[in-house]
Each structure stands twice: as C-alpha cells, then as structure tokens.
Design a protein around this ligand. Structure first.
Ligand code: CU
Ligand code: ZN
Length: 172
C-alpha cells in the first residue's frame, strides 16, 4: 500500500516537472468595432529572425493604419480601450518596427489597397513568445489612422477599429 502511494507520487512529480512544449505558432482573429466591418486572421510563427507575421485583413479604408500589439488581450469594450496601451515590457519609447528601441508591440503600419484589404507576410525581429516578452494573450489592434512613429506613447493612430487576442495555435 505504502509502496503504491510512493510510486504514484513519484510519477506525478515527474509529470509536473516536464516542460511544456515551447509555443511556436499563435493566431489572432480580428473583430470589428461597433458598426465596422474589419475582419482578418493574423498568424504569428516563430522563425530564425524573430516572429513571422502572416495573414489577410479586409474591410479597411484604403491607406495606412497603425498596427500594434497592446498590453491586454481584452476586446470587451466597444471602443477596444480595454486592450490598454502598447505592449512595452522593456519600458521603451514608442517607435517604428525599424527602431532599435521601440515598444515590443510597435508593428508599424499596414497599407490597405483600394479594395480595403492587406496581406501580411514579413518577419518582426522585436516580437517574442518567451517570458516577459511573450505576446501570447495580448491584444492586436488595428487603428483608423496611420502611426506617425513619433507621438508618445501612441503614434497618434486614432480610434481602434479592430481587435483580436493572440492565442496559442497548433504548432508547426
Ligand atoms: Cu495600437
Ligand atoms: Zn507603441
């Protein structure tokens, strides 16, 4: 009886100590703000240079739109202010994805064509899935206006027209 209990405790300890597989693929499904029609699915995949960002967003006004990871994966408010500010674990100033010091969530602008859609396929060296830098569970926000890469701490990109949450996806 005693021996059985010990074996059970031992095997539970081994199971609990095993590291979960590292996340290499995440996905965010965008929902539009009230009366909006922006939709899209964004994939985030770990690659050698950072995190590869792919996907298509539709229903946009033609032109540039600020595109950020925000601190909170909370799209519950009608204006998406519930997603908080830009995800900034390093305490950096707001900037562009090309700046050495930027908010981790500063993914720049997306450029919608005349048909209101944009297809993304690039790698962002600033994004990560590990520890304090993990984008998992954070919010993805598309803004009404362009990010000017200067105005602190928002880039003055205007209202929030779409919101999604970065969730763990099936690895690949
Ligand atoms: Cu934003
Ligand atoms: Zn920022």
């Amino acid at each position: 009886m005693k021996a059985t209990a010990l074996v059970l405790v031992g095997s539970f300890a081994a199971w609990a100590a095993a590291d979960p597989a590292p996340v290499t693929h995440a996905v965010a499904v965008l929902q539009p703000a009230k009366d909006g029609k922006v939709a899209g699915t964004i994939h985030f995949m770990k690659d050698a240079g950072g995190v590869k960002v792919t996907g298509t967003i539709t229903g946009l006004a033609a032109g540039s739109h600020g595109f950020h990871i925000h601190e909170l994966g909370d799209c519950s408010a009608a204006d998406f202010t519930s997603a908080g500010g830009h995800f900034n674990p390093a305490g950096n100033p707001h900037g562009s994805p090309k700046d050495a010091k930027r908010h981790e969530g500063d993914m720049g602008n997306i450029e919608a064509g005349a048909d209101g859609s944009v297809t993304l396929n690039y790698t962002d060296a600033g994004l990560g899935f590990e520890g304090a830098n993990s984008i998992l569970g954070r919010g993805v926000i598309v803004h009404a206006n362009p990010d000017d890469f200067k105005t602190q701490p928002t880039g003055n990109a205007g209202g929030r027209i779409a919101c999604g949450v970065v969730g763990v996806a099936k690895g690949q």
